[in-house]
Write a protein that binds this ligand. Structure first.
Ligand code: ADE
Ligand code: ZN
Ligand code: ZN
Length: 255
């Protein structure tokens, strides 16, 4: 086989992917949709032409198919030493998920920005608040957020990053609407508690979880049922938080 063609085939198969899989993003979008203010609902309905948050939540991954969008790749994650807080870490000149969320809020909030630009940054924002809650998207540079830590998932080759983007949620076997319905049952007081804090607090929480996840596997380990049993509640909690906090960000933005 032609070498170049072979590489094109291999790269997507190895899956150096930068996303909380589609299901995760849609769960986050669907939960957020249930907690929007009237004002936010009206503004979103207009900017998204009636589409739901779940529907637009995967846009930021779809645009990666076009190479001209490669400058947005670093927007999906942030890497810094495990024993540090984001605020004290050295920032990447290419941006990171925290800077990107702040930039998106700025652009969408500014009614003088072009509509097309506001819509683009809104769709990015919906996605990136989800990514912020995937622990391996707030992790360590040396192993590219766990992408370099190879594992076996039910006998299939994967890596620590991909387990958290995709393998755990796919194995659970529920659709995004089923998951969102199950996960969106908290009483108001607990929802409000989750919505407290800043983006800096939320990224810190993900970063601490990443440290725990790094410590809990050996490179090359074979994982499956036991790992799911141990971590599904953590996964579900992060999806729930991502959804409620996305609603908070949007309600504040359109207040
Ligand atoms: N590439 C490098 N670091 C990454 C991370 N933390 N998440 C996703 N992709 C990455
Ligand atoms: Zn992403
Ligand atoms: Zn990812």
């Amino acid at each position: 086989m032609n070498k170049v063609f072979f590489l094109f085939l291999l790269v997507p198969l190895l899956g150096f992917s930068n996303y909380w899989g589609k299901t995760g993003h849609r769960v986050t979008g669907h939960i957020a949709q249930n907690h929007l203010s009237g004002k936010a609902k009206r503004a979103l309905n207009d900017l998204l032409d009636g589409h739901s948050l779940a529907f637009v939540s995967t846009y930021a991954d779809e645009i990666k198919a076009d190479r001209s969008n490669s400058k947005f790749s670093p927007w999906h994650y942030v890497n810094y030493p495990l024993d540090m807080r984001y605020e004290d870490s050295e920032k990447s000149e290419f941006g990171d998920v925290v800077m990107a969320i702040e930039e998106c809020i700025r652009v969408v909030k500014n009614k003088n920005s072009e509509r097309e630009n506001r819509v683009f940054h809104l769709k990015m924002l919906v996605h990136l608040v989800g990514d912020l809650h995937q622990p391996m998207h707030a992790s360590r540079a040396e192993d590219k957020g766990g992408n370099d830590i190879q594992l076996q998932w039910f006998g299939e080759g994967t890596n620590l990053h991909r387990v958290w983007d995709k393998n755990l949620i796919v194995s659970y076997g529920m659709t995004y609407t089923e998951l969102a319905t199950e996960l969106d049952r908290l009483p108001r007081r607990e929802r409000k508690k989750i919505q407290e804090g800043t983006i800096y607090d939320w990224v810190h929480e993900s970063h601490l979880l990443a440290a725990e996840l790094y410590a809990s596997v050996e490179p090359g380990e074979k994982i499956g049922y036991q790992y799911s049993y141990k971590y599904n509640d953590l996964l579900f909690g992060q999806l729930q938080k991502g959804g409620l906090r996305l609603a908070k960000v949007l309600n504040d933005l359109f207040a």
